[in-house]
Design a protein around this ligand. Structure first.
Ligand SMILES: NC(=O)c1ccc[n+]([C@@H]2O[C@H](COP(=O)([O-])OP(=O)(O)OC[C@H]3O[C@@H](n4cnc5c(N)ncnc54)[C@H](OP(=O)(O)O)[C@@H]3O)[C@@H](O)[C@H]2O)c1
Length: 222
C-alpha cells in the first residue's frame, strides 16, 4: 500500500524548475496560494535533500488561512542524513521525518547530530542500501497514516519517483518565462529513458489560467 502521490511544481515554459544558480521563484502570488491550499489537503509533503540544501523550505501552510494542525508531515529523502541542523524543515511547526539509507545509519546514530535531531522530535526511517528505497518509504508512510502525499521536488527525486511508478498525478504551474541554461534543473532529471517509447505517459485532465500562469493537471497512465 502507498499514499496517493501528487507531484506539485512550478516551471518556466522551457521546463526549468530553477536557474543554473539555483534561483527558483517561479510562481505568481495566486499560484503560491493554490499550492498552499493543496498542502492543506495533503497528509505529508516530501522533498529531496537537494531541495532542502538549495532552498531551505519550511514546507508549512502559511500563504492561506490555516491552523497548526493543517501543516502536513514533512519528509526529506536524504540517504546520508545531510539535512543541516538549522534547516527550517526541522522546526517545531510540524512533524519531520528524515528518510536515510542503511549504509549511513550506524555512523549517523552515534553522532551528536542524531541526538540534536531526536531531541527536536525529528523521526528517522531507514531503507535501501546506499540510497533511500522509495517503495519501502511509501509503504512506511502509508502505515503512518499518510493517505495523500505531495511531492515537491526537486528534479532528481521527481524522476526516481515517476520511474518507480509512485506518482499518480502531476499539478504544474507553467509560468510565461524562458530562463535557459543547459545545467538548469528541469522538472524531471535523473538518468532519463533512452527511448521515447519508454516515456511515462500522461493524460491531461484539467487546465486553466491563473493570472499569467497556466495550471495543468495530469494523471499518470499506469
Ligand atoms: N520550481 C519548483 O517547483 C521546485 C520545487 C522543488 C525544488 N526545486 C529546485 O530543484 C532543485 C533541487 O533538485 P535536485 O535534483 O538537485 O535535488 P532533489 O531532487 O531535491 O534531491 C535529490 C537528492 O535526493 C537524494 N535521494 C535519496 N534517495 C533518492 C532516490 N531514491 N532517488 C532520488 N534521489 C534520492 C539524493 O541525495 P543523497 O544521495 O545524498 O541521498 C539526491 O541527490 C533546487 O534548485 C530547487 O530550487 C524547484
Amino acid at each position: 500500500m502507498k499514499p496517493y502521490v501528487i507531484l506539485s511544481a512550478a516551471m518556466t515554459l522551457d521546463g526549468k524548475i530553477a536557474t543554473e544558480t539555483g534561483s527558483s521563484n517561479i510562481s505568481g502570488e495566486k499560484d503560491l496560494e493554490r499550492v498552499h491550499e493543496l498542502r492543506k489537503e495533503c497528509d505529508a509533503i516530501m522533498v529531496g535533500i537537494g531541495t532542502v540544501l538549495a532552498d531551505d523550505p519550511r514546507l508549512t501552510v502559511h500563504k492561506v488561512d490555516a491552523s497548526p494542525e493543517d501543516n502536513p508531515v514533512r519528509v526529506v529523502v536524504d540517504s546520508k542524513c545531510r539535512t543541516p541542523i538549522a534547516a527550517r524543515i526541522t522546526n517545531k511547526d510540524a512533524r519531520t521525518i528524515i528518510a536515510g539509507a542503511n549504509e549511513y545509519k550506524y555512523e549517523f546514530i552515534v553522532s551528536d547530530r542524531y541526538d540534536t535531531f531526536t531531541k527536536r522530535g525529528v523521526d528517522f526511517f531507514w531503507s535501501g542500501d546506499k540510497r533511500v528505497d522509495l517503495v519501502s518509504l511509501m509503504n512506511y508512510l502509508h502505515e503512518e497514516g499518510i493517505e495523500k502525499l505531495m511531492l515537491e521536488g526537486g528534479a532528481t527525486l521527481n524522476f526516481s519517483m515517476i520511474k518507480a511508478g509512485l506518482i499518480d498525478e502531476i499539478r504544474l504551474c507553467v509560468a510565461p518565462m524562458v530562463v535557459g541554461g543547459a545545467n538548469a534543473k528541469t522538472l524531471f532529471d535523473g538518468d532519463g529513458y533512452p527511448l521515447m517509447d519508454l516515456a511515462v505517459k500522461l493524460e491531461l485532465v484539467d487546465s486553466y489560467l491563473l493570472e499569467k500562469d497556466l495550471i495543468l493537471t495530469y494523471k499518470v497512465i499506469k
